[in-house]
Structure formats: structure tokens, C-alpha cells
Design a binder for this molecule. Structure first.
Ligand SMILES: NC(=O)c1ccc[n+]([C@@H]2O[C@H](COP(=O)([O-])OP(=O)(O)OC[C@H]3O[C@@H](n4cnc5c(N)ncnc54)[C@H](OP(=O)(O)O)[C@@H]3O)[C@@H](O)[C@H]2O)c1
Length: 330
């Protein structure tokens, strides 16, 4: 494929991953098209810097109004853009919230993926399709660490919907020979993580408390453990998957777990404060069902695609807290 032909379409371009992926693809010379929802506020904070860049916006970056529930519009966007690569990242991405809004979560994470696979199947030109699967498909995992072959046992509505979509991607690859890949991604964080995710909450609170803007932080289970990586590394994994000769599924993970307590300790250490003085546990914040320990084995993507993580857990925490401090300083 020549550089001139590379056109990417991203659903979820305004999200954490979509914004980093856009930067990566623009850097690689792609024309990037993103699907955005109509909102009452035109500020799209994570990609605003790109939208304001006259050399990029309208020249190599284009936004199209659409919604995952609106198949007609999505089909029209595919026809207009004729993407060579599709990155399907959109949808309600908060596991805990999926217990409160299960129907819309499952529509977005499950049915919308089917909708897009059907559109991809009808395209006259060949395209490559990335599906944002998740470690949450393993839920009450029966093995540790999990690999691409670990059975799916989701423990949340979000996990169920992602499992449905992940399996459909496999069926479409096997049945129609489509170039479709599942990236089975473990949690990945950054200063652009949504504000209602625990890592961002902690980073933000540590920064605000250190500046006297807040007095305490209430969290759910401090002993929950997660395999936390860096979002910038994970979007690179997505791109690598679509640059291969053949489509496949890949686990993307660090292979290490850390507890929420360790994240808190590290974040408050950045601002030199004793965390125990400020952090409280409220059981009502705990998830209705905590998955078994989710930790991924990323040997396949490391060996086959040469993917690697950059930076340690402590560096990630520091990056997030420092970004919050910088934002407060502005
Ligand atoms: N981050 C992780 O740790 C992780 C791990 C595994 C899998 N994933 C999956 O990877 C994908 C990207 O994650 P993320 O962290 O970047 O999520 P995010 O920051 O929550 O972004 C979600 C994106 O989806 C868009 N969206 C939501 N509902 C939509 C709808 N009905 N129609 C059109 N767009 C819609 C959002 O648009 P608005 O800006 O308008 O809200 C946003 O651009 C998600 O599918 C997530 O479930 C994430």
C-alpha cells in the first residue's frame, strides 16, 4: 500500500485511545476520518489541539457526524471515506457504569460492532478492521495470566457485550475471510483517561489536594488489582495489528498487576503527601461483581509484532499526576 492510499476511519476518535491513535496515524502520513456524536458542546477536548491546527484539520483530519446506533449514516460515511483501515473504538467504556446502563452499553459494545462488520463486509474495496476488545471478556478467568485462547467468562454487562463482539469478529474472519482483528486490551491509562476512571480520579485528587483545592478522596475497593499500561503504547499495538499479512487476535498487556492502593501510594508520593490522611474507602463504590485477577500474557504480540511497553507503572502514575498539576497551573 502506498502512503497516498492510506485512509483511516476511527469510531471513538474523541476518546482517550482515539485521540492518541489519531496523532499516531497523522504522524504515519494517513488521512484520518473520525466519527463524532452530536453534542451540545462543540469542545472536543482530547482532539481540540488537532482541530485548531489549520495545517491538519480539513486537510488530513476530517470529522463526520454519526452515532453507533445509526447504521444508515455509518454506511454513508464508509461510502464517502472509503477507508483502507477502520479502528472501531467507540462505545460506553466504563465497566462499573455498565451495571447502571446495561442496555445502551450492550447496544454500543455489542450490536454496533455487528452493524459495522456488516458494513465492512459490503465494501467494494478491501479494508482492515480493528475491534477494541477487552480483558473484561475473561471476567472470572479460569487461568492466570490470560492468553488469546483463555475461555471467555465475562462478569459484567460490558464484558458480555465485548465477548459477543469479539466472537463475531472471529466468525466474520473465518466465514467471510475479512481482515478483522481483536485487540484484547487490558486497562490502559493516560492523562486523557476519562475523569470517572479510578486512575484519573486518584491522579486528579492528589494534585488538587496538594494545591489545597480538595480535602479528601473516596474510593471503592483499594485491594482491586489491575494490569495497567500506558495508552500511547496500546494504540501502537492497534496499528501494528493492521499492518500484518494476516489478521489475528492479540492480548495487549503489561503482565504485571498493581492494586488501587499502590496507585494511590504512588500518586500521593509524587506530591509528597501521606495518602492515609486523605483517602477513604466507601463500600458503596465497589463493583457489584469484582472479576477474578485479570493479568495478560502479551507474548504473542511481543514475539510476532515486536510490540513493547515503554515506561513503568510508577512512570505512568507520575505522568498522570504531573499532567494534573500542570493543568491546575494553567
Ligand atoms: N481504556 C481501556 O483501558 C480499555 C481497555 C480495553 C478496551 N477498551 C475499549 O477501547 C475503546 C476505547 O477506549 P477509550 O478508553 O478510548 O474510551 P473513551 O475514552 O470512553 O472513549 C469512547 C469513545 O466512544 C465514543 N462513543 C460512545 N458512545 C458512542 C456512540 N453511541 N456513537 C458514537 N460514538 C460513541 C465517545 O464519544 P464522546 O466523546 O462523544 O463521548 C468516545 O469518543 C472502547 O471501546 C473501550 O471499551 C478500553
Amino acid at each position: 500500500m502506498t502512503m497516498a492510499q492510506r485512509t483511516a476511519l476511527i469510531t471513538g476518535i474523541t476518546g482517550q485511545d482515539g485521540s492518541y491513535l489519531t496523532e499516531l496515524l497523522l504522524g504515519e502520513g494517513y488521512a484520518v476520518h473520525g466519527v463524532v456524536r452530536r453534542t451540545s458542546n462543540l469542545q472536543r477536548s482530547r482532539i481540540e489541539h488537532l482541530r485548531r491546527d489549520e495545517k491538519i484539520y480539513g486537510k488530513r483530519l476530517f470529522l463526520h457526524y454519526g452515532d453507533l446506533s445509526d447504521g444508515t449514516t455509518l454506511r454513508r460515511i464508509f461510502r464517502a471515506v472509503q477507508p483502507t483501515e477502520v479502528y472501531h473504538l467507540a462505545g460506553q467504556s466504563h465497566v462499573g457504569l455498565s451495571f447502571e446502563i446495561p442496555e445502551s452499553t450492550c447496544d454500543e459494545a455489542g450490536m454496533a460492532t455487528l452493524r459495522l462488520l456488516e458494513i465492512a463486509r459490503d465494501q467494494p474495496q478491501p479494508l482492515r478492521f480493528y475491534h477494541a476488545s477487552s480483558s473484561e471478556i475473561f471476567g472470572n478467568a479460569i487461568e492466570l495470566p490470560q492468553t488469546e485462547n483463555t475461555p471467555m467468562l465475562p462478569a459484567s454487562p460490558y464484558g458480555c457485550a465485548k465477548a459477543f463482539a469479539t466472537q463475531l469478529v472471529r466468525v466474520y474472519r473465518q466465514s467471510y475471510g475479512l481482515f478483522v482483528c481483536n485487540g484484547i486490551l487490558y486497562n490502559h491509562e493516560s492523562p486523557r483517561r476519562g475523569e470517572n476512571f479510578v486512575t484519573r480520579k486518584i491522579a486528579r485528587a492528589a494534585a488538587r489536594i496538594s494545591r489545597g483545592l480538595d480535602t479528601d478522596l473516596t474510593l471503592g475497593n483499594l485491594e482491586s488489582r489491575r494490569d495497567w499500561g500506558r495508552a500511547q503504547d496500546y494504540v501502537r499495538a492497534m496499528w501494528l495489528m493492521l499492518q500484518q499479512e494476516t489478521p489475528d487476535d492479540y492480548v495487549v498487556a503489561t503482565g504485571e498487576t498493581h492494586s488501587v492502593r499502590e496507585f494511590v501510594e504512588a500518586a500521593f508520593a509524587v506530591v509528597d503527601l501521606p495518602w492515609k490522611k486523605y483517602v477513604r474507602h466507601d463500600p458503596s463504590f465497589d463493583r457489584p461483581a469484582e472479576p477474578a485477577q485479570l493479568v495478560g500474557c502479551a507474548d504473542k504480540i511481543r514475539k510476532r509484532l515486536g510490540w513493547e511497553v515503554t515506561g513503568t507503572f510508577l512512570q505512568l502514575v507520575r505522568e498522570m499526576v504531573e499532567a494534573e498539576l500542570e493543568q491546575l497551573g494553567r
